[in-house]
Design a protein around this ligand. Structure first.
Ligand SMILES: [Mn+2]
Length: 261
């Protein structure tokens, strides 16, 4: 008996050192599903063209997904920009894994969601992983570093004042605007198609929320945050954060944040 109706994963970045394949395996063992959706940047061909890091755990991830497909589970692969080479294969089936450009998924409760990687909504289409390291703590640290930096500049007799914190703040604002634009654009696209929401990836920022009456869902990634979206048998969506505290999670309730929409 599968644990959930559907599992939505994106931005696994297989082929890179940053890929958290061990944690993903752990998650896959725990979350059996009727349907598994791989929503882009699963294999990082961009990074692999520079250098390849392919571990045993990454191999096992691929084998596990193929096995799921072979055993009658529906496994769908929606290519992203890092695995865009596979976009040429949309409409074909690889080891019983269907490759499609995008898909409309109907939830158990009848809501219809667009599944798409999301680089289509990114005006810049670049790496935005650095947005994940932002936050108040980082900002506080920058303010402190900046204090020493300006002291050093004074000592060295350098003219003018350059604020590292100010620079970072401008960058943060740009990043937040970027995320805001991305989300708005994704939701707009789903609305135009007459759908109830969108499930995407790409910006490595997992969330389930309402935007202008539609559901905006992002799977996050398996590079930093180790997050997935699952659909329960009643159609309820949940964001599962497969984070640090795994040992406790094994002993007690599964480590997850529930956000109902
Ligand atoms: Mn991407």
């Amino acid at each position: 008996m599968p644990k959930v109706r559907s599992v939505f994963l994106s931005d696994i970045h297989l082929g890179t050192r940053a890929c958290q394949a061990d944690r993903l395996l752990d998650f896959l063992r725990e979350y059996s599903a009727d349907q598994t959706y791989l929503i882009g940047d699963i294999i990082d061909f961009w990074a692999m063209s520079r250098s390849i890091c392919w571990t045993q755990a990454q191999n096992t991830v691929v084998q596990k997904l193929l096995r799921r497909a072979r055993h009658g589970e529906r496994v769908i692969f929606i290519p992203g920009n890092h695995d865009e080479a596979l976009r040429d294969y949309c409409g074909t089936v690889f080891g019983e894994i269907e490759v499609v450009d995008e898909l409309v998924h109907e939830m158990a409760d009848g809501r219809r969601f667009l599944l798409i990687h999301g680089d289509q909504f990114d005006q810049v289409t670049r790496h935005h992983r650095w947005v994940a390291v932002l936050g108040d703590k980082a900002y506080d640290l920058l303010v402190r570093i900046n204090h020493w930096l300006s002291w050093a500049r004074r000592k060295l007799g350098l003219a003018g004042y350059w604020s590292l914190a100010g620079y970072a703040k401008r960058k943060v604002k740009t990043a937040l605007n970027f995320i805001f634009d991305f989300e708005t654009s994704a939701v707009h696209h789903a609305r135009e198609r007459g759908l109830d929401g969108v499930i995407c990836g790409h910006i490595h920022w997992a969330t389930i929320r309402e935007i202008d009456g539609l559901s905006y869902v992002n799977c996050g990634d398996w590079v930093d945050s180790c997050t997935a979206i699952v659909e329960h048998f009643d159609g309820r969506l949940e964001l599962v954060a497969w984070g640090e505290a795994r040992p406790q999670a094994l002993l007690a309730a599964p480590l997850s944040e529930t956000a109902e929409v």
